[in-house]
Design a binder for this molecule. Structure first.
Ligand code: COA
Length: 168
């Protein structure tokens, strides 16, 4: 197994580690009502610092990548690979700026992280949890080749659990 790669690349994107200078980008992202619709709503300004610190730790010991476009070098989103809150399995999650939706950036970046996890990091499988009502997210997971394996209620909303890779 190789170590987590701080920098990954795709055709159109660079994925790099989160830096202090990304604080404004992250604050804008987590304040956006559209981005946070299925994630418990916008994060209040008082919580920005704590959220940034949590993201910097990769959501409890995982990894977060800032996704930048190669052509404009603009930050468009975040992709996380973190231990799942229930059993510590590798969980993929993502948040992209609403103005950059529908360009395929999220699928392209998430696919790269997924292949890094299943390949270099030798994860047995990767899971993802998303609100069942979050259809764009579920379409993305299907495009990645992940399959819905169960549903449950968390935070008062029905969640769909997706998985890929070899069975555990
Ligand atoms: C979930 C989320 C990342 C999905 O974003 P998205 O823009 O739908 O995903 P992509 O960037 O991969 O774009 C794919 C869409 O763009 C279209 N598209 C347009 N141009 C494209 C291109 N050049 N290449 C690929 N797809 C393209 C695809 O057809 C697809 O549309 P569809 O879903 O209607 O079939 C986004 O909605 C988001 O950030 N939501 C807020 C955070 C969130 O809810 N996260 C989920 C919890 S983990």
């Amino acid at each position: 197994m190789t170590a987590v790669q701080q920098r990954l690349e795709t055709e159109r994107l660079v994925l790099r580690s989160l830096a202090r200078t990304d604080a404004i980008f992250v604050a804008d992202l987590i304040s956006d009502e559209d981005v946070r619709r299925y994630l418990g709503g916008p994060v209040s300004p008082e919580q920005h610092e704590a959220t940034f610190a949590r993201y910097s730790s990769g959501e409890n010991g995982g990894m977060v990548w800032v996704v930048e476009t190669k052509n404009l070098q603009t930050s468009v989103g975040l992709v996380f690979l973190s231990p799942h809150r229930d059993n510590g399995e590798a969980e993929l999650s993502y948040q992209f700026r609403a103005q950059d939706w529908k360009r395929g950036y999220a699928t392209e970046a998430a696919a790269r992280v997924l292949s890094h996890a299943l390949g270099d990091l030798e994860c047995v499988r990767v899971i993802a949890e998303t609100q069942t009502a979050n259809l764009p997210s579920r379409r993305l997971l299907t495009r990645l080749g992940m399959t819905e394996i169960s549903r449950h209620v968390r935070f008062g909303s029905e969640q769909s659990l997706y998985a890929t890779g070899n069975p555990a």
